[in-house]
Design a protein around this ligand. Structure first.
Ligand SMILES: [Zn+2]
Ligand SMILES: [Zn+2]
Length: 703
């Protein structure tokens, strides 16, 4: 990231020039690096015992308004933007090279250039969709002729070629009861809105109305990209498409139901699925065998058993896909094609897609500049190719060693905690928990084995949309290769340039991509209290997922197997109930947080923070009464935690996340755990009656 001379802004805390990108401020590098905390980011006029989030972040919130091209602004987005800037530099360097020493570099350069070539994209209009439209015609013709096998097969080939999944989704993932084997998963899908709740919630009628108009306009534009108003025929078709989606949505699980590992484990043969759908429908249904043959290019017999994550939804679409009139199916398939491809087409489509999904649904004011969108496309298509050169230039190998020390310290804290948890009565439950902890796999930085992009064809002749289709087909084929085969344990589910981390219950592994190892999460120049309050809490969070209300159902080998005694399980669930109730008390613009949807993340936040604090206190040079800038190590620990969650967000986006996000709102994520922790109460003198304090009886302590 370079300092811009066009924006001679000064950092209010140190008078250094701001690090700027475009016209909004990122962190002041100096104030964020080394010291870890800056008083100018706080609001000292707020009482920390009333709202710690505001106290710790008020100054930052004041000076970091939401940039018009984002629905929110926070630590993650700021780092993401930095990461995009870095990738842009990398790609510009690649472009300047006349010859490329490796194929990945050439592909990245050619792809990004095509993604930036607006003139070519404008000139082509919807022409790149022609092959997909022809396949839709063929499928609909087969449906009209009553040739269900041919129709089903074409519906399966469609996602394999174009990465567009109407009616439902397929993917590959480890068998929940035998993690070393990977299965084909069929799951609910086929909706154009972000979730089934959008079709039914009373407070979303305005979104549904806007959605139907959006479908109509897109269908009109597909016929005539210069149109400004929807045709009557498109308005009618949009109504029928929305109605079809509403029927599909009705059979979907809610997000909360979909978190249940038992309810979403339904292993069966393909024939059993088709027969189940026939029985339910009492007539003809989609031929799932032919569908999967089309989708995988393999005979159905070679696919083994499948897991149907959402049985009701699959039975429903098995029926609807063949009993809905061919005209409506045609509109529906066209709509799903255009909505999936709009960002890569000419400006009319890009704009209308932005207007609905980013403006109407999320409250974003402006479209991102072309290069940021092009970078996002490149990341999607060639994420690990980009990640590989990103790590070469930007990843400091020594930070990996330091991060591993934090991981080990937090793991030891978890081990100590598991040994002492007082509500866990049975020795066998405790033994199993310790065993699970001892079997954690840890990945930091980047994969040992990178994705091999050899089979992905990227040539200068092609336009962006065609390259996107090729890349999607490549990804689909990679998943197909995983089906009915030993699980690939080297695979990463995030690229190294992603600012995030994850726990995978089937693999019992915690993964920290390179890009999370930077301030404010991790800073090799900062003191322990900062690194444990931020990175340590992230590590603890991911480890706690192994023991959250979902993770606890998997054993040390990542298998869905109940290893809890009845009594210990009941004690655990009692505590989860308290967490659910606590979260449900929190409101955003008058609407309550979904306590059950967010319980796994809330458990992980509280557990992770406790473990990180325990790890900090166990450091040999921990000196509780020492001070930096007037704060003790424990105070700095909590301030570092709080600043991870600083954010400004539009009302639309925060309401959208309330429906979609299994994480709670940032203010709750920051304050919720602290209200339960006596270390926090002591550090900031929060006592009875203060909002940051909970009476002992209403507190919760799981890990
Ligand atoms: Zn500064
Ligand atoms: Zn999490």
């Amino acid at each position: 990231m370079s300092l811009s001379t066009e924006h001679p802004l000064k950092c209010p805390c140190c008078n250094n020039p701001w690090s700027t990108t475009g016209d909004f401020a990122l962190f002041c590098g100096v104030c964020e690096t080394g010291k870890g905390l800056s008083r100018s980011n706080m609001d000292l006029s707020v009482d920390p015992t009333v709202n710690f989030y505001r106290y710790a972040n008020g100054g930052w919130m004041e000076k970091n308004p939401i940039p018009p091209e984002y629905p929110a602004w926070n630590t993650f987005l700021a780092l993401h933007t930095t990461s995009q800037e870095r990738c842009k530099d990398l790609l510009q360097d690649l472009k300047q090279k006349e010859r490329h020493d490796d194929e990945n570099a050439r592909k990245l350069s050619v792809f990004y250039t095509a993604a930036m070539d607006e003139a070519k994209i404008e000139a082509l209009g919807v022409q790149p969709l022609e092959p997909a439209m022809q396949m839709i015609q063929a499928a609909v013709a087969a449906l009209r002729n009553g040739d269900i096998a041919a129709y089903s097969k074409l519906l399966g080939i469609f996602p394999a070629k174009y990465g567009i999944y109407p009616f439902f989704n397929t993917s590959a993932s480890p068998d929940a009861k035998n993690a070393s084997h990977t299965l084909c998963n069929l799951s609910q899908g086929g909706l154009g809105l972000p979730d089934r709740d959008y079709y039914f919630d009373e407070d979303k009628q305005d979104k549904r109305d806007a959605y139907q108009k959006h479908i109509a306009l897109m269908l009109t534009l597909l016929e005539d990209p210069s149109a400004t108003d929807s045709t009557e025929a498109s308005l009618h078709a949009a109504e029928l498409v929305a109605e079809l989606e509403r029927k599909i949505a009705h059979a979907h699980m809610t997000r909360t139901e979909n978190r249940d590992p038992d309810a979403t484990y339904n292993k069966m043969t393909i024939t059993q699925l088709t027969e189940g759908a026939q029985e339910k429908a009492g007539g003809m249904v989609l031929d799932f065998g032919s569908y999967l043959e089309g989708s995988t290019g393999k005979p159905a017999a070679g696919l083994g058993s499948i897991n149907v994550r959402n049985v009701a939804a699959l039975l429903c679409v098995g029926d609807l896909a063949v009993t809905t009139s061919p005209e409506i199916v045609e509109s529906y398939l066209k709509w799903h094609t255009i909505t999936s491809c709009a960002p890569y087409l000419s400006s009319t489509f890009v704009q209308e897609n932005f207007n609905f999904f980013e403006k109407t649904l999320s409250g974003t004011q402006e479209m991102k500049p072309r290069w940021k969108r092009a970078m996002a496309f490149t990341e999607k298509a060639l994420g690990e190719a980009l990640g590989q050169i990103y790590c070469k230039r930007y990843f400091d190998e020594s930070s990996k060693i330091q991060a591993l020390k934090i991981v080990e310290a937090v793991r030891q804290a978890l081990e100590a905690r598991l040994n002492e948890v007082e509500w866990m009565k049975s020795a066998t439950t405790r033994e199993q928990a310790l065993k699970k902890m001892s079997r954690f796999h840890v990945k930091i930085g980047y994969p040992n084995k990178w994705i091999d992009y050899t089979k992905l064809k990227i040539t200068e002749r092609d336009d962006l949309m065609t390259m996107i289709f090729q890349s999607r087909a490549f990804e689909h084929a990679r998943e197909v290769d995983e089906i009915n085969a030993p699980t690939d344990r080297e695979k990463w589910f995030m690229t190294p340039q992603t600012v995030n981390a994850y726990y995978h219950p089937s693999l019992n592994e915690i993964v920290f991509p390179a890009a999370i190892l930077q301030p404010p999460f991790f800073d090799s120049n900062a003191d322990d209290s900062i690194n444990f309050g931020a990175m340590g809490a992230v590590v603890g969070h991911e480890m706690t997922h192994a023991f959250d209300d979902k993770g606890r159902k998997y054993n040390f080998e990542g298998e869905l197997l109940d290893w809890w005694t009845e009594e210990d399980g009941a004690e655990y669930e009692k505590r989860v109930k308290v967490m659910v109730d606590q979260a449900s008390e929190f409101h955003v613009h008058g609407k309550p947080v979904q306590g059950k949807l967010t319980s796994g993340e809330n458990i992980a936040d509280l557990g992770g923070l406790r473990l990180a604090l325990r790890a900090l206190k166990s450091q040999p040079d921990f000196e509780p009464s020492s001070q930096i800038d007037g704060f003790t190590p424990v105070q700095r620990f909590f301030l570092a935690w709080a600043q991870c969650w600083r954010q400004n967000i539009t009302e639309e986006r925060s309401l959208q996340l309330l429906t979609l996000d299994p994480h709670g709102p940032n203010e709750l994520r920051c304050n919720g755990p602290l209200q339960n922790m006596s270390d926090f109460h002591d550090a900031f003198s929060a006592g009875p009656g203060s909002p940051m304090y909970r009476e002992n009886e209403t507190r919760v302590d799981i890990w």
